[in-house]
Design a protein around this ligand. Structure first.
Ligand SMILES: *[C@@H]1O[C@H](CO)[C@@H](O)[C@H](O)[C@H]1NC(C)=O
Ligand SMILES: *[C@@H]1O[C@H](CO)[C@@H](O)[C@H](O)[C@H]1NC(C)=O
Ligand SMILES: *[C@@H]1O[C@H](CO)[C@@H](O)[C@H](O)[C@H]1NC(C)=O
Length: 359
């Protein structure tokens, strides 16, 4: 049943637009560096839009409606799931009449080469370097603004992404792999960066993530599986995110200074994924909002000690959480069935019946 919830939520999210997205004014071409492996929406304000992709290697544009990790959405935008560095190139959105609406030149920089540095540990970001030894062509990091602090009123951490750019004298800088194209250059300086620092910010009214999306899940740690990966729904490397284990925040500071043994934040997803080695109650927050809670499935002896410690209050909370979970599931199913019905009714009545019968 839990996988079903996951599946349904995944189907509902794109419709409601909770993925991180970028947009570009109509009739313009925007150049943007991003990271591979992190879902992204490219906006196009034209329902029924057609999308094409081309690059220095693929000169004849390909229709993106046939590409497995690309979804064209109802409003005309595209969702690129887990983009690959090889998907760097030009994305063009055309309206139903075939006229150009907007173009994105995207450099999906390889997240597996991400260089992380923590200011408070004295770790240094990468230095500027010239592309060739006696050349004026410079490789440098173009920093995005700092994201919000991942907690408020209490010490937290904030991060910023830095993309690899190349600058020729008297010219505008260009994201590295848009500049290089299919030219293969070997340099350890050609990498994106992530920088982290500790912060403390007052709480401010944030753009509310709908409480509807609070999710609950159970995980099991046993002899066979020494560790489990937890995934914070709606999380993104482009957004502030915080994990807590039994109400204690998990920090990059502790992890990078080797003080954290029970968990490991996944760098390539900006901490959206968490590897755990010990049972605890794990919660995750996005933009300071609680979005998910993961409970360990205890074996009986552990459960007894836990009960002794926490007593009735927890149980009351748990039953509220359970009720919420059921409501969430019912609502999701209803939304999903509604969407499915509307989507399938005109042409595929038979298939629709089959789907409902299976349920
Ligand atoms: C989208 O397009 C419609 C009609 O072409 C226009 O009225 C609207 O302002 C556009 N929205 C944005 C955000 O550009
Ligand atoms: C497409 O062309 C038709 C007929 O020329 C026009 O009525 C319609 O508004 C156009 N649609 C868009 C999205 O430009
Ligand atoms: C690195 O190069 C960029 C772009 O030319 C420049 O803005 C920045 O100040 C340089 N940084 C250092 C430390 O030289």
């Amino acid at each position: 049943m839990l996988t079903t919830i996951g599946l349904l939520l995944n189907l509902v999210f794109p419709i409601l637009g909770f993925y991180f997205s970028i947009s570009c004014p109509n009739h313009q071409q925007c150049q943007q560096a991003l990271l591979s492996g992190n879902d992204i929406i490219l906006h196009c304000n034209s329902s029924g839009a057609h999308w094409y992709y081309s690059s220095q290697e693929i000169i004849k544009p390909i229709d993106l409606s046939n590409v497995p990790n690309v979804d064209i959405m109802l409003d005309g935008s595209i969702l690129i799931i887990n983009p690959l560095p090889s998907q760097t190139g030009l994305y063009s959105c055309q309206d139903q009449n075939g006229s150009q609406v907007v173009q994105y030149e995207i450099d999906f920089q390889d997240v597996t080469t991400l260089h992380i540095s923590h200011k408070n540990l004295g770790q240094k970001p990468l230095q500027n370097e010239s592309l060739n030894i006696d050349d004026k062509v410079l490789i440098f990091t173009h920093w995005e603004p700092w994201q919000d602090c991942n907690r408020c009123e209490e010490p937290g951490e904030r991060k910023r992404l830095g993309y690899c750019y190349i600058k020729e004298p008297l010219k505008d800088p260009i994201p590295c792999w848009l500049y290089l194209g299919d030219v293969r250059v070997w340099s350890t300086r050609l990498r994106p960066e992530l920088q982290v620092e500790t912060c403390i910010e007052p709480c401010k009214p944030s753009p509310k993530l709908d409480k509807f999306f609070v999710t609950f899940d159970n995980f099991k740690l046993n002899e066979e599986s020494e560790s489990v990966w937890l995934n914070c729904p709606l999380g993104s490397i482009y957004r502030p995110l915080n994990w807590e284990a039994n109400n204690t925040p998990l920090t990059w500071h502790d992890q990078l200074s080797g003080q954290e043994f029970g968990t490991s934040l996944d760098l390539f997803s900006g901490g959206r994924r968490l590897q755990i080695f010990q049972p605890a109650i794990y919660t995750c927050f996005i933009q300071q909002e609680f979005v998910a809670r993961f409970n360990p499935m205890f074996n009986p002896e552990v459960l007894e000690t836990q009960r002794g410690e926490e007593a009735g209050k927890t149980q009351q909370k748990t039953s509220i959480l359970k009720a919420l979970k059921v409501i969430l599931f019912m609502a999701t199913v209803l939304v999903f069935i509604g969407a499915l019905y509307r989507f399938l009714r005109p042409s595929q009545k038979k298939r629709c019946n089959q789907v409902l019968l299976v349920k």
